[in-house]
Design a protein around this ligand. Structure first.
Ligand code: NAD
Length: 236
């Protein structure tokens, strides 16, 4: 993470859409993108939090706009993409970052919860990537997609089969799209954060503090990463 005011990337004129952008890693990414001069589109289920972040950044002279959206709602995703392209001309960078954690054994997982975890962590990456690539990136031969997957997209830990399955899917989709869209000049990458200090971890590990402590003990630095550290990797 660079000191305040130090910019290692200039993104003036670029339109960057980040999902799950009102909190955690997504919010940190929006701040860095806006600081670098981009127009940041804040897509989140939490309309009030998205608007208050947009207001705060706008008052600081940066360019940020809130778009309330449940990323698992395919119709709403299509509407958001069309409306952003109509208002701002293009989407240059898409960060599929919204996520829903699960931390329960498979034996206790309801089918409806399994579907929801797939919808938010995996289906939404398909909906947004297809819409943005079709409407803006492929026709313009310009674009970068970054999917926030997880360490759970590479290896399995205890008690998270739906999340692990969805995140492995997100990594697979990232690889497939990187190959499919490279001929159009697009880059598609995934970020696989380990344990990161956000609300997701606070809520997801509530009542499982011993398991969380064991998890932390396996991290060589002895600490979780910060949202700002993950966001710096996204902007890079
Ligand atoms: P967070 O809970 O701090 O923030 C998530 C944001 O996404 C919230 O603003 C929430 O309102 C929004 N959101 C949730 N469901 C949504 C939906 N259906 N539609 C639109 N917005 C929605 O989470 P975070 O820790 O910053 O996680 C961001 C991403 O990083 C997720 O994909 C998560 O799976 C991944 N990740 C997190 C960690 C971690 O330890 N925190 C580790 C690996 C990967």
């Amino acid at each position: 993470v660079l000191p305040p005011g130090h910019q290692y990337v200039q993104l003036d004129g670029e339109v960057v859409l980040v999902t799950g952008a009102a909190a955690g890693i997504g919010q940190s990414a929006v701040r860095l993108f806006a600081d670098a001069g981009a127009t940041a589109i804040i897509v989140d289920l939490d309309a009030a939090a998205a608007q208050s972040l947009a207001d705060e950044l706008t008052q600081s002279g940066l360019k940020a706009f809130a778009m309330p959206c449940d990323v698992s709602d395919t119709q709403r995703v299509a509407d958001v993409v069309r409306s952003v392209i109509s208002d701002f001309g293009a989407i240059d960078v898409l960060v599929n970052n919204a996520g829903l954690f699960s931390n329960i054994p498979l034996i206790d997982v309801e089918q409806s919860f399994w579907r929801k975890v797939m919808a938010v962590n995996l289906d939404a990456v398909f909906y947004f990537s297809q819409a943005v690539a079709r409407e803006s990136m492929i026709p313009r031969r310009k674009g970068v997609i970054i999917n926030t997957a997880s360490l759970a997209g590479l290896v399995a830990g205890p008690d998270s089969p739906p999340y692990t399955t969805a995140k492995h899917g997100a990594v697979g989709l990232t690889k497939a799209l990187a190959v499919e869209w490279a001929p159009y000049g697009l880059r598609v990458n995934a970020l696989c954060p380990g344990l990161t200090d956000t609300e997701m971890v606070k809520k997801g590990w509530q009542g499982k503090e011993d398991a969380l402590a064991q998890r932390l003990a396996r991290i060589p630095s002895g600490r979780s990463s910060t949202a700002d550290e993950q966001a710096a990797a996204i902007v890079f």
